[in-house]
Design a protein around this ligand. Structure first.
Ligand code: ADP
Length: 259
């Protein structure tokens, strides 16, 4: 008899889990994840974000929570930290400082991941946004096989080299029965602040083309804009810092489609 996939469990106290994934690093996944979480919190939703990027956690910095240490309950559960209305948990909170590397073998990584997945007291969330590490490796498989993920958002730039891997990511979610909600085209266009000329630095329609080919949709496009980067570095993402700008609206439109 064929052995089925292991049974997935639903995270306690969490209504919906939405994973934000990219197959490559540096395409803007964490920036999308955090701005989506913040957009949903601004709609009065109870929102958490779980940073599962064990080797490169960026949520503490993005939410201006670096250096924070989670409290532990009597039953040994970690209590998330919180800022801008979003609860957050990250391996970054459990490391001595921002510059400490995680130099662990697979077993340690899996142990840390289990703790992040099962030992956090979220205490009632409408949605938990998962910031997945890039790629389609052990961590992604473990998460998607162990817990119920209601949907996945795939972030890519329009560049062929990023898209090839994004396609692998979509196929992985299909294999583990996680519905793909759609793709986000990040860094879609650069508008010159001096002359308003639009340059498609990473190509123009790559994500649209692949989404169509794979039977999924483009949830939205985010331009390449220096404010998105500088505000992220300052620990106040654009959706919070400049909520009425077109850049913030681009994230909010995507958030409307994921719940
Ligand atoms: P990933 O999670 O895919 O590794 P990040 O979200 O950390 O990527 O983004 C990588 C870098 O690109 C960061 O410095 C971030 O501020 C910047 N960035 C992301 N999206 C944009 C954008 N649309 N415009 C400008 N900079 C961006």
């Amino acid at each position: 008899m064929a052995r089925g996939l292991p049974k997935k469990s639903k995270l306690r106290g969490v209504d919906k889990v939405v994973a934000v994934s990219s197959a490559k690093g540096g395409v803007g996944k964490s920036t999308v994840a955090v701005n989506l979480a913040l957009s949903l919190a601004m709609q009065q939703k109870r929102v958490g974000i779980l940073d599962t990027d064990i080797f490169g956690p960026s949520i503490p910095k993005l939410l201006n929570l670096s250096g924070g240490e989670p409290n532990v309950t009597e039953s040994n559960k970690l209590l998330p930290l919180s800022n801008y209305g979003v609860k957050a948990m990250s391996i970054g909170f459990l490391l001595p400082n921002e510059e400490s590397p995680v130099v662990w073998r697979g077993l340690m990584v899996m142990k840390a991941l289990q703790q992040l997945l099962h030992d956090v007291e979220w205490d009632g969330l409408d949605v938990l946004v998962l910031d997945l590490p890039p790629g389609t490796g052990d961590v992604q498989l473990t998460i998607t096989q162990q817990i119920v993920v209601d949907g996945a958002v795939i972030v890519s730039t329009p560049q062929d080299i990023a898209l090839i891997d994004a396609i692998k990511g979509i196929n992985m979610f299909k294999k583990v029965d996680v519905p793909v909600l759609g793709m986000v085209q990040n860094m879609s266009v650069f508008v010159c602040p001096n002359c308003n000329h639009e340059t498609h630095i990473f190509g123009s329609d790559g994500v649209q083309r692949e989404a169509e080919r794979l039977g999924t949709e483009v949830l939205g496009s985010i331009p390449l804009h220096p404010r998105i980067c500088t505000l992220s570095d300052a620990g106040m993402p654009i959706v919070v810092a400049e909520p009425d700008t077109a850049n913030a609206m681009a994230y909010k439109t995507i958030a409307d489609k994921v719940l």
